[in-house]
Design a protein around this ligand. Structure first.
Ligand code: TRP
Length: 460
């Protein structure tokens, strides 16, 4: 079969396209259902401050490091390390990223599939007249039922595969450029609705009032973990996207813009959700239930609820889709470039493999609970393996690679476009990726392994 033609590699067509795609990757289920809850439970405003601190101090530098590797090498994560560090073990980091693409997508498309079911229910007015207990039962039954979640999961995977198959310019860039502005409009609309509810201020207090008494080592590490997952860093997604960025674009500015957009959407999601939760006297609950049980209950009682529940689940589905395409692209780029497959073939193979793993993941939520060990089903295991092990480890090695292995002249050349841009904070960046980020990430990783005894929640 013909060798991959690197001279004719696809790329993003515009700066806006890069931002849309990378922000699309970052903004996902992690922002809209996970962030508000984790922030609320961990001290609200105090958590938010620490979270934002981590985004600026560690998230942005790690993201920039991924862009540096990707654009320098113009390759998928495995190929990038092979090219930049020949005859070394560094490509193992790339392989870990490919593995993480499979494990992340398997559980992520499970949840993404639920959003389609709930969108369908919202449109067909399926929450009408249901009590909280009804909603809880229905959610539990649906998730455990096997067939329906599977069908939606496969539909979601097909959507993802279709966009990725179309390529970078005509697929990922084209769709994220339409979907991301739409997402912004929807979330702003939901915020306006939430803020105009009587009693909205209580929700804002819950989200923003700094309660420093809730801050401890675990909370700090949770904030770091959330920032990693939310920014899509640590598995080579942004190495891959970075490899499609034009040599003329400003990588530092891109990393800052994407991180600002990601944080903004997380905060807006909190503003959209908590006032409504408090206005209807509901206690904020963990993870999936907040979005799939509590929100339908709120929408039922809210003026204009039918309309807002539909756009809310459209929002979730869009956010999830622009994230899943970025993860699938990692595996597809690897197969195409390293194993010389056509884009079509690599998309089919990667999606099929992920779907098979995903099917087991969905089945482990109900029909096949024996898929798992130690009280965790496959869904939990894949989620924890990805977030608590692969991402921190990947992020750690990425900053070590850029900080200590690539050579500072190469790194400075890449972030300054060979001296064309003045990068004022380059020494600060170098200091962070050499010292601060590796140490902080190592702490998250040790926490993920439970060495500080805070694994129990497991939701880093
Ligand atoms: N950041 C996305 C979210 O918040 C999920 C995601 C996409 C991701 N690509 C990733 C997480 C790569 C980790 C690594 O939902």
């Amino acid at each position: 079969m013909a060798k991959f033609d690197f001279s004719n590699r696809d790329s993003f067509g515009s700066k806006i396209g890069v931002i849309a795609a990378a922000a699309g990757s970052a903004i996902g289920l992690g922002n809209i259902w996970r962030f508000p809850y984790v922030a609320g439970e961990n001290g609200g405003g105090a958590f938010l401050l620490i979270y934002i601190g981590f985004i600026i101090m560690i998230g942005v530098p790690v993201m920039l490091s991924e862009f540096v590797i990707g654009r320098r090498a113009q390759r998928n994560p495995v190929g990038a390390f092979r090219l930049l560090a020949p005859k070394s073990r560094w490509p193992l980091i790339g392989f870990m990223g490919i593995t993480a693409a499979f494990t992340i997508l398997a559980f992520y498309t499970t949840v993404a599939g639920w959003t389609l079911e709930y969108l369908y229910l919202a449109v067909s007015n399926g929450f009408q007249g249901q009590s909280k207990a009804d909603l809880q039962n229905n959610f539990g039954e649906f998730v455990a039922s096997g067939t329906r979640p599977l069908v939606w999961q496969v539909v979601f995977m097909l959507l993802t595969a279709w966009i990725v198959f179309k390529g970078i310019k005509n697929g990922i860039e084209k769709y994220t450029k339409i979907l991301m502005p739409l997402l912004l409009v929807i979330i702003v609309g939901l915020c306006v609705r939430a803020l105009t509810l009587p009693g909205a201020s209580e929700g804002l207090i819950f989200l923003f009032k700094p309660d420093f008494s809730k801050i401890n080592g675990n909370v700090v590490l949770q904030a770091l973990g959330q920032s990693f997952f939310s920014l899509s860093i640590g598995m080579g997604t942004l190495i891959t996207y970075g490899s499609y960025i034009s040599k003329k674009d400003n990588l530092g500015l891109t990393a800052v813009s994407v991180s600002v957009a990601d944080s903004l959407i997380a905060i807006l999601a909190g503003i959209a959700i908590f006032p409504a939760v408090f206005a209807f006297n509901i206690t904020p609950e963990a993870g999936p239930s907040l979005v799939f049980i509590t929100l339908p209950l709120i929408f039922e009682q809210m003026p204009g609820g039918y309309f807002f529940e539909i756009i809310f689940f459209v929002l979730l589905a869009i956010a999830a889709l622009t994230s899943t395409i970025s993860v699938l692209e990692v595996a597809v780029a690897y197969l195409a470039e390293e194993l010389d497959m056509s884009r079509k073939k690599s998309t089919i193979i990667a999606s099929t493999g992920i779907t098979i793993l995903g099917i087991f993941c969905t089945l482990s939520m109900g029909p096949l609970p024996e898929l798992g060990f130690g009280g965790m089903n496959l869904f939990d295991i894949l989620e924890k393996l990805s977030a608590n092990i692969f991402l921190p480890l990947g992020g750690l090695f990425i900053v070590l690679f850029v900080g200590w292995k690539m050579g500072k002249n190469n790194v400075f050349a890449e972030i300054s476009n060979d001296g064309l841009l003045k990068v004022r904070l380059k020494w600060v960046y170098l200091f962070i990726i050499r010292f601060i980020a590796p140490i902080a990430i190592a702490l998250v990783f040790l926490n993920g392994l439970g060495l500080f005894g805070v694994f129990s929640g497991g939701d880093l």
